[in-house]
Ligand binder design. Structure first.
Ligand code: DX5
Ligand code: ZN
Length: 225
């Protein structure tokens, strides 16, 4: 059975954007597949970014769909409110959730795609039976909390095992990778089986974020063969 061609999605992270000029920063990435919005609460991760009111406003003005990455404690309580804001996808960390299956169902019931994230040292195996509850599995390729860190190659076998499990069970689940994605590392991540790539510094750190997106997309597509 030949596998259907994977769509290569580039989701720039606004963590590396200018927070004072978010609307203009969003306009610079209008060729992205979605915008990745990192929500941090200084509890689940040792950093603080933005919360629901700002995300709601971004949702109103963004030219592309929103992909929220919630790095927050008590996520079972908070994540549904992000789905209610009309976001395209809402991703919670399994390490922060008391009831991930219930939460994934709740997100879908409220109209959002359900994403579940794993920290680099969290194994995927305990969650393989719940893949059908998810639209996206986010495999962190750095420790969450900060942009600009180096890609952890140690996560590549987990990406391969997740891709094999998804293909083996025939579910339609995207594999997102986040952290240290560059024009160099995207190839390794894509070959391992990822198809949605978050890039902060590799997009907003460039003079032309739109060109950086096109270049990353071409590299990812090439790796799919
Ligand atoms: C890190 C965030 C990432 C971050 C990636 O915890 O989840 O989305 O913005 O930044 P880069 O691409 O610079 O590693
Ligand atoms: Zn992120």
């Amino acid at each position: 059975m030949s596998r259907p061609p994977l769509a290569c999605c580039i989701n720039p992270s606004i963590l590396s954007a200018d927070f004072v000029n978010l609307q203009a920063e969003l306009a610079r990435i209008s060729n992205a597949d979605a915008v990745h919005v990192d929500v941090m609460d200084n509890r689940f991760v040792p950093n603080l970014t933005i919360g629901l009111p700002v995300v709601e406003r971004i949702q109103q003005v963004s030219p592309v769909p929103l992909d929220a990455h919630l790095m927050i404690a008590e996520v079972d309580r908070w994540a549904p409110l992000y789905a209610d804001a009309g976001l395209d996808s809402v991703t919670f960390h399994v390490e922060a959730s008391d009831a991930p299956i219930k939460l994934a169902r709740e997100l879908r019931a409220r109209g959002a795609k359900a994403g579940m994230a794993l920290r680099p040292a969290t194994a995927v195996e305990p969650y393989l039976d719940m893949l059908e509850e998810l639209d996206m599995l986010l495999i962190m390729t750095v420790e969450p909390g900060f942009g600009g860190q180096a890609f952890l190659d140690v996560t590549l076998p987990k990406i391969r095992r997740a891709r094999a499990a998804i293909e083996g069970s025939g579910v339609n689940v995207a594999i997102q990778v986040d952290g240290g994605i560059t024009e160099e590392t995207i190839t390794r991540a894509a070959e391992a089986g990822a198809n949605v790539f978050v890039a902060g510094s590799a997009v907003y750190g460039k003079a032309s974020p739109a060109e950086a997106i096109e270049s990353l997309r071409a590299k990812g597509q090439l790796a799919f063969g």
